[in-house]
Design a protein around this ligand. Sequence first.
Ligand code: SF4
Ligand code: SF4
Ligand code: SF4
Length: 460
Amino acid sequence: MDKKLIKVRILEKNGDLKHELNFWMQQRNEETLLLNIDTGVWKIDPKYNQLFEETLDTKKMDVFVDTSLFRKLQEDDLLEIAVDDNRDNAFRLLILETSERCNMRCKYCFEDAKTRGANMNTDTAIKAFKKFISLEACGDSICIEFNGGEALLNFEMIKKVVPQMVEGAKSAGKKIKFTIQTNGTLLTREMASFFKKYEFAVGISIDGVGTYNDNRVYCNGAGTFDDIVKGIKLLKEYGIPYSTISVMYELGQYDSIVELLKYTGCKEFRANLITTIGRGENVLDINNGEFKAKEMAREYVIFIKRMLQEKRYYEANTIYYFLGLLLWHPFMCYKEPCGAGVNQLFITSNGDVFLCQECCFIGQGKVGNVNDEKMDLVEEIQNNDWFQKSQGRITSEIEECIDCPWKRFCCTCPCKVYAECRQIEKKSIFCEFNKYLFEELIWLIHNDTEVVMDFLQYNF
Ligand code: SF4
Ligand code: SF4
Ligand code: SF4
């Protein structure tokens, strides 16, 4: 056995109980990982080998405050009871559902986007923006994301509102940046030159080369790969920063992404696991084991190692996993409770305000409509049932997760869990993926600290 959970009782000299702590221990290559599972503080060091050996046959250990082991634990902060989280509770991201419609019909579309549907009008977009920047908790630097459906189907609205938003942000003394999430197939030169002018960052959805992109099809079932790549080439020609976003569901896909990046010359991307939201449940039966969690995690780790070595491309989730393991949870989906209704809001094409886009997809967390002038957004958020539920979902209190060594790092999306299990207080169906991943990454940080730090530095 090379890993185990042990309960350590810290005792005063006179035998009185001072603390009771839960540690995860793992031995590899004559070093021992000691992880305080309640705080997430961890250390890998040969000095803990003895402790590992001594507790081989037991799940409990008493440590007295006047022993050298106590001093070692104290030295490494492993006795801390709680860790201060530097939480960023400012609103930073406003996502506008620019169009409900889409010119594509991806088989797993989380939005369940169809060819018919409403576009957001200029008035609604501006009202949403004004409400957002006038929130007391609105950050000094904000991001507006145009999203869909297919956002480019409503480029006319984007064109009108962006200059007004730039002015509005300037008067409010805020920095503003824009992003757009698009399938890239409708991109024109006019759009590209507009995005260049307003310094947009563009996210292009594409899942890999060959059959790996087969879920992303037009309404008539025809493939989209060549048209997406044309869009990417246009962005490159105009020097617009872009990244790709892929939905991961199949073995071999991480390799395919590497090929895709080489082929398109893209450096930055994001590989998101598939969810069962919207049409997502049609693609594979995740609950019945069609998603090969451990094998996918193994491929992801190989891929991460390659990415670190080659220093040619950067995957966003990897960065957040590393930062999480280093005890800094900076991003809205990678902290707990998450940033829905705290750091971000989502506005539908008709002006409905949701805590975040995923909440909208599962029909939860609606907190009003921007056209309702009397709406007190802050009060609506605070009183919202789903907001209270999702803010109250703490992984370490979930029965299935209580003894999990990775509970301090495993920030699971409450909406995705709800979509998977119809309950919020459950573990993620990607649990096995997460467990494998965290265990490997923690050793990777220890064994290749410099390389990991270089990688993180590039991104900040
Ligand atoms: S491009 Fe996006 S919005 Fe359109 S069908 Fe595909 S996943 Fe849905
Ligand atoms: S979902 Fe799985 S990996 Fe995450 S904390 Fe729960 S048991 Fe651990
Ligand atoms: S509900 Fe999910 S998608 Fe929305 S902010 Fe929270 S973790 Fe992210």
